[in-house]
Ligand binder design. Structure first.
Ligand code: MTE
Ligand code: MO
Length: 542
């Protein structure tokens, strides 16, 4: 529409009022800025596709933001945005980027060099973020941000010089034809930039996708061996048939996900290795996946809980895991627990994305089913949950035990090393606290008067659940019916038949663990070592 035949209309636009023509120029500047930012991101995507997908600028800046977010803010983000927290973060980064791009584009109309320099500055921020990430693999990680910034700066410089040759707002009537021509020049350049950038971006996506394909194929081709020690059958009475209750086994697609990974690591099982080394490791070793799978595997039902789970929250799930017993591997490596004279009291697991999690060696070797898990509910671990191998330790919150995409195990001491979350003020040691959750009725439900089934789950991994009680308003504690216990490492369903009377009612639940300890009513925050307190649900009976 901006070609010469339409030039008359456009010329009117420029000449009729200088205000409108200023507006057009500003819009062209903004467009130039946005296109430059798009070019920068697209070229960075291409470079990341060639170098390392995890080194893309939005990923590294987002990751660096996550690394530096205070624990309380991070907890707020998880609470508010749930598992969308990372999408929100990425959209936030893109929104800020767009705003700055518009600003730089308008600036570039009058100060071309300054505008271009501004884009380069962003490249330096991206590069610094890339190098600061715990999973940075070297200076190559800075490349995508730098390459993108150079391309973006160039694009802005060229577009801005085209935009300013559009006739100045006032005067220039005689050059209306030239103005139209120049505008066409700008739009041609803008179009070419957009097409080139989109192609670079698409090519980058293609390379990233191809890298991931090896990992995807390795997962599809992985045949999990039969366990040498199958999981005990889940007792028939462990699964209650109450509408609205959390299923005993959480399907993989519903299993909660909590991690810092903005791009889920896609690890090729064929090239994956696990190294075991460190303090007191007499025989350091590196394992391939095939070597691990050749060992006797065990299958266990284990409930995993996140320390960021609020009272009544959703970050807990129960699955059937298949894995290599970790204690056996440690013994073979010559590791002894502290109670048997070992010097290392902390095992630090490190993932391919640079996450570090520290577990007490004593716990890992005390006879519980600490696993290097390869299977989840009958299939290889989903990528989201740590393919090809993750750690899993019954009784410990995920952040001190459940390292996904694990590639390194180092024996050390709690004195010598603080892993990722501990550096961010979470507790060094974090056994799971006893909790019970009301799944049904939902908060503010309006159940009919008469018999209402109140039901949910309770968990106290390693100790088991022996009693669940319900209190209606300020009434006495009443025993709920417990479903059969699977193991002490799994949650336990419960239900309670409540004779609901009209009015507003508060339902509160509490559990007792296998040691006889009643769940505390003391409310604590999730930081530093997990929320405590009792779950309540308010309902109105019409
Ligand atoms: N590599 C890696 N492993 C990780 C984390 C992470 O951020 N990165 N988060 C941990 C936390 S806090 C929890 S609760 C569990 C969650 O495991 P899931 O996502 O499979 O439910 O993974 C743990 N393992
Ligand atoms: Mo967690």
């Amino acid at each position: 529409m901006w070609d010469q035949s339409a030039g008359r209309g456009a010329t009117e636009c420029i000449n009729v009022s200088s205000f409108r023509s200023k507006l057009v120029r500003t819009a062209l500047g903004a467009l130039a800025g946005l296109l430059a930012a798009f070019t920068a991101l697209a070229v960075a995507e291409l470079a990341a596709g060639l170098v390392r997908p995890a080194a893309g600028p939005v990923t590294v800046v987002g990751g660096a933001v996550i690394d530096r977010t205070p624990a309380a803010v991070k907890d707020f983000a998880i609470r508010t945005f749930g598992e969308n927290d990372k999408t929100v973060l990425q959209l936030g980064i893109l929104a800020i980027l767009a705003l700055v791009a518009v600003g730089l584009g308008i600036l570039a109309l009058s100060h071309r060099r300054a505008g271009a320099a501004g884009v380069l500055l962003f490249g330096i921020v991206g590069a610094a973020a890339a190098l600061s990430r715990p999973d940075s693999t070297g200076t190559g990680d800075a490349l995508p941000s730098i390459a993108g910034a150079v391309a973006g700066a160039l694009a802005l410089y060229v577009l801005a010089s085209r935009a300013v040759s559009v006739p100045a707002p006032d005067g220039a009537d005689g050059q209306a034809g030239a103005g139209a021509w120049n505008r066409r020049g700008f739009l041609t350049a803008a179009g070419a930039t957009a097409v080139a950038a989109a192609s670079a971006g698409a090519l980058g996506r293609y390379f990233t996708g191809r890298r991931g394909q090896g990992a995807v194929a390795s997962r599809e081709n992985l045949v999990l061996p039969e366990p040498a020690s199958p999981a005990p059958a889940v007792p028939a009475g462990a699964r209650l048939k109450v509408p609205g209750i959390t299923p005993f086994t959480t399907p993989n697609s519903d299993f909660y996900r909590v991690d810092t990974a903005l791009t889920v690591p896609k690890v090729d099982a064929g090239t994956w290795r696990l190294r075991i080394h460190g303090e007191g490791v007499a025989r350091p070793r590196t394992y391939t996946l095939d070597q691990l799978l050749a060992r006797p595997l065990v299958e266990r039902d284990i409930t995993l809980t996140c320390v960021s789970n609020e009272v009544g929250g959703p970050y807990v799930g129960n699955a059937r895991w298949l894995g290599v017993p970790l204690a056996g591997l440690l013994e073979e490596a010559g590791v002894r627990p502290p109670s048997k004279g070992g010097r290392a009291d902390q095992l630090v697991a490190r993932s391919v994305d640079g996450m570090t999690l520290g577990s007490p060696v004593e716990d890992l070797m005390d006879g519980r089913d600490a696993l290097l898990a390869v299977g989840m509910n009958g299939e290889p671990l989903p990528f989201d949950h740590g393919f090809p191998v993750r750690m899993l330790v019954p009784g410990l919150y995920g952040y001190v035990s459940a390292c996904k995409w694990i590639e390194d195990i180092e024996l050390t001491t709690f004195d010598a090393y603080d892993p990722y979350w501990v550096k961010r003020k979470w507790a060094r040691r974090a056994p799971i606290k006893t909790q019970a959750r009301i799944d049904t009725p939902k908060p503010f439900a309006r159940p009919a008067a008469g018999t209402v089934t109140v039901a949910g789950v309770a968990w106290a991994q390693r100790r088991g659940i022996t009693r669940v009680q319900i209190r209606v308003d300020d009434g006495p504690w009443q025993d709920a019916d417990l479903a059969a216990q699977d193991t002490v490492d799994t949650w336990r369903q419960w239900s309670y038949r409540w004779n609901a009377t009209p009015g507003g009612h508060n339902l509160t639940v509490r559990a007792t663990d296998g040691t006889g300890q009643v769940q505390t009513e003391q409310r604590t925050r999730t930081i530093p070592d997990g929320a405590s307190g009792r779950h309540s649900v308010f309902v109105t009976v019409p």
